[in-house]
Ligand binder design. Structure first.
Ligand code: NAD
Ligand code: UDP
Length: 348
């Protein structure tokens, strides 16, 4: 199949591009590089050529999902079978300061993309949603049939809005086949050490922050809250290896071959780890100390969050296979091979 990957130069998109190409799909990436580097796509091509022994069928298009004319050109030049849609803005704090940018990119951009798909007769769409749509769930683990909650910030609301738009779209025309994938906490990097998460500025997320402390780029980790009702008082999350997550997108595309309507799946491991578990995990992988201090809770955080991943296993035949040790070893390999992310290449 020929798959359009929006935001394919980004963290999850680049890993998904590798898995799609390794599975012999053709990939067209559309990215405006607002939070990524074209170097990531050169690395994707290298990984695939090394792993498969043949050149990657990868086309990179620089452009914006809000640009309808660019989308129409792309769909007219490429015979696209399905779209995996990652493009969007994802920083929770920034979304509070810049709500219009978030709604314009995430909601407006997704609508423009769907309009262009519809005009081009492309009806298969995988959407990157988030466990944040559950808000503060009543119990753990989180199942897909839990009521959607009240996201506490514009980023979370933008994800929920797009989910609702896509549900309406599928109801309007039975040709649509749409997968809403609710990610838990993606972490780790490709085993090659060539691609990984490359946050701009101070990382918002735990794992890149810890690995920057271990490499010496940051002094110490602030642990947001030590008094949660969890095993060690720190927040518990379901960290999923980004390569497992990437493979979940292939399983969703396969599901689309015989199904229409909307499918909703949690992509998580079903296991919860605390902040301190993650600190110890990276200390073990890096053989370095990660200094930390416990500070106040971060507003909007919940105590714990992990997935019931059984629906994806039953319906998609997908489950996470890589454990914490692998996740941390891969994080550290990426961090130590690329201490400045992709910037060493003079880009990004
Ligand atoms: P990322 O920022 O690394 O990747 C997003 C990519 O989209 C970037 O390459 C960026 O340049 C591109 N982009 C942004 N706006 C665009 C636009 N208007 N037009 C074209 N390209 C644009 O983020 P990621 O971590 O890979 O996340 C991918 C998706 O998964 C996002 O939609 C995000 O909200 C969602 N998600 C991420 C997480 C996470 O923790 N990383 C969790 C849940 C959901
Ligand atoms: N966290 C932390 N310090 C940081 C970043 C995150 O203690 O610098 C904690 C956060 O409170 C949560 C967990 O790590 O319990 C995961 O946070 P992250 O921002 O990575 O993902 P979230 O679950 O909020 O989407």
């Amino acid at each position: 199949m020929k798959i359009l990957v929006t935001g394919g130069a980004g963290y999850i998109g680049s890993h998904t591009a590798v898995e799609l190409l390794n599975a012999a799909h053709d990939v067209v990436v559309l990215d405006n590089y607002c939070n990524s580097s074209a170097v990531a796509l050169e690395r994707v091509a290298k990984i695939v050529a090394d792993e498969t022994g043949r050149p990657a069928q990868l086309t990179a298009v620089e452009g914006d999902i809000r640009d309808r004319a660019a989308l129409d050109t792309l769909f007219s030049e490429h015979d696209i079978d399905g779209v995996v849609h990652f493009a969007g803005l994802k920083a929770v704090g920034e979304s509070v300061a810049k709500p219009l940018e978030y709604y314009e990119n995430n909601v407006g951009g997704s609508i423009t993309l769907c309009q262009a798909m519809q005009a081009a007769g492309v009806f298969n769409l995988v959407f990157s949603s988030s466990a944040t749509v559950y808000g503060e769930p009543p119990e753990m683990p989180i199942r897909e049939d839990f009521p959607i909650g009240v996201p506490t910030n514009p980023y979370g609301r933008s994800k929920l809005m797009v989910e609702e738009v896509l549900q309406d779209l599928a109801r309007s025309n039975e040709r649509w086949s749409i997968a809403l994938l609710r990610y838990f906490n993606p972490a780790g990097a490709h085993v090659s050490g060539l691609i990984g998460e490359d946050p701009q500025g101070i990382p918002n997320n735990l794992v890149p922050y810890i690995s920057q402390v271990a490499i010496g780029a940051r002094k110490r980790l602030s642990v947001f809250g030590g008094d949660y009702p969890t095993t060690d008082g720190t927040g518990v999350r379901d960290y999923i290896h980004v390569v497992d997550l990437a493979k979940g997108h292939l399983s969703a595309l396969n599901w689309m071959q015989g199904n229409s309507g909307v499918g909703i799946w949690n992509l998580g491991t079903g296991l919860g780890y605390s902040v301190l578990d993650m600190v110890r995990g990276l200390e073990k992988a890096s053989a370095r100390e990660v200094p930390y201090e416990i500070v106040d809770r971060r507003p909007g955080d919940i105590a714990e969050c992990w997935a019931d991943a059984s629906k994806a296993a039953a319906e998609l035949g997908w489950k996470a296979e890589l454990g914490l040790d692998q996740m941390m070893a891969d994080t550290w390999r990426w961090q130590s091979m690329n201490p400045d992310g992709y910037k060493k290449q003079g880009q990004g």
